[in-house]
Design a protein around this ligand. Sequence first.
Ligand code: GLC
Length: 708
Amino acid sequence: MTYSDKALIKEKVNSLLSKMTLNEKIGQLYQAPYFSDIVTGHSFDSSQTIKRIKGGMVGSILSVHDEDVIRKLQKTAVEESRLGIPLLFAFDVIHGYKTSFPINLALSNTWDETLVKKIAKAIAYETSHRGLHLTFSPMLDLVRDPRWGRVMESNGEDPYLSSILGKAYIEGYQQNDLSNSDSVAACAKHFIGYGHVEAGREYNTVDISKRVLYNMYLPQFKTAINANVSMIMTSFNTVFDVPATANKTLLKDILRDELKFKGVTISDYTSTEEIINHKIADDLKDVAKQCFNAGLDHEMVSESYIQHLNELVQEKTVSENDINESVKRMLSLKYELGLFDKPYAYLYENSNQYLLNESTVKLAREAAEKSIVMLKNDQILPISKDKKIVLCGPYVDSKDVIGEWAALCKKDDVTSIKEAFINSNYSNMNDETKDNVKNADIILMALGEPGSHAGEGNSKANIYLDKTQKEYFDSIRKINPNIVLIVFAGRPLIISHYHQYAKAILYAYQPGMETGNAIYNLVTGKVSPSAKLTMTLPYHEGQIPIYYNHYNTGRPYDEKRPKYRYNTRYIDCPNEPLYPFGYGLSYGNIKYLDFEIDKQIFKKYDKLSIKVTVENDNQYAVDEIVQCYIEAITYSVSRPVNELKSFKRVTFKPFEKKIIEFELSIEDFRAFNLNMEWTAEHRKYKVKVGPNSRDLISKKIEVVDEVS
Ligand code: GLC
């Protein structure tokens, strides 16, 4: 959108605002539900919504995706309300509208922002051709606790990677013009710290320090704001003991004053009135006063604004000027979406033609292939056509692999593993009889957790595969140990037992509709696995929270003295996870050879060139995600033992050697120091490169940075 467009929009918004009554202004700050089936805890009657639309008392609609209903409600707003202000329709389309892509945590395993941007664009295309204007995505919560069901929606445990991928989603959804019919507005969520819920228990207390907030949680939203995200959604939890939805420090001081966010802030579902449960408000009037004065523009589902803001303005406890600013942000978004000129623009005749098209399904297969992590391979994969195989396990013909928050994606559209093998006329595939199992060269077994076990409201204390599946696995392995195990889950599960016995493990998460075709292509070697974990896979649930960018502590574990009592350790479990952040195998034989940096003293305006020679020493063509980390050897506060600062997905031909170059700036060494200054401090640091966060080679460097 050009500057002149912005000026024109500002003029139109101001002109419209001057005609609006106070109630009509307040109406723009209300997101109404329509169907009662998506309601958590509240019953309401949708005819209320129609009446309110006619009265100009609704700004946007939540989770309506039936095109006839969208058209009906929009027609009511445009033709029957006094000013005809169009409605904005919003829906959670986070990893597919009708074409189901892998869940977001799986997509983050691709470490491929170009691919994620393409996927977001494809999702926006389907979504915007079905009457919808905004998606509640990307979810930017940092996650360290697989008991929390919503890890499935996230980009993993690292702020840098989550920032890069969050930007890719936003650019893919919004492209460079919200008014074109292939884009939708994006809403970054949840602001902020929701992934830090204690014990991984949904909606539980969050307690983070200011420095953890600034160093680990804010970078993703800063990047999202710089990528012009249209909306930011507050989270259910408290931050510094104040609910995010009524938190002035977050919504005004940080979001508006520090990060210069110009878009709309929206609550989460009834998170405004839930500040009563948080015990900081007495009633809905108090809710409206606290949330609005803290800086919340738009209220989702709850009715504190439409019921009480008017009287609060009359009482002068809320200023009409502030109301005007929030309304301007909402109206500007609607103008940018082109809704005033073309309120029905996103509604098409026989719109099914825009769904599930060939290129989108092909993209979903590529995404699945690149998001499935090969954790182990004892020279059993890829399977050659002459091998006798048996497909088995409860998920080998399951379609329950699209995950939660699946919008209009259907399990029926999934190609299962078994179907993919049948469709590919894999001749050497045998039924699961005792003899076939005994005589097979390879057992391809698929286990998993149901899709309904992750997502919102689905935290789990027990994150093992269920007992039946463990017994099944053990019964088969005692007949034939040559098991290739495929795991479907919405989160990292505890799979240490399987790691011990399976000859290969593919951690598939929930890969979406192309599950079977992707698995087939990977296990037969048509495509090499390339994905790498973005969330640590624990050895034992007792280690949780466990993540790569942890502090060293005062008594770091000493692997040379594993039994020494007085170091940070457990007496009954290793400190190390089963598989670390950044870990994943391919069919290549990747070696990290020479590694050099171009300077020993690195100053504020310098660029640091890092070159690492990487070789693929076998006959497979593979992608390798080369990672670059830093470590502050000392700093005025403790900093993590490793911090991801760059990565590159590199394609290798068979037996190819390449020099991979990274370029770091002073910004990559900075953090908030003891005085909360954003600086690198004049210290010694390490620069590290490698295939994951554990197996790194490093060089020391001196960094000089005046306080920024
Ligand atoms: C839910 C979720 C949020 C979602 C919103 C609208 O409770 O917390 O992520 O976007 O409500 O469905």
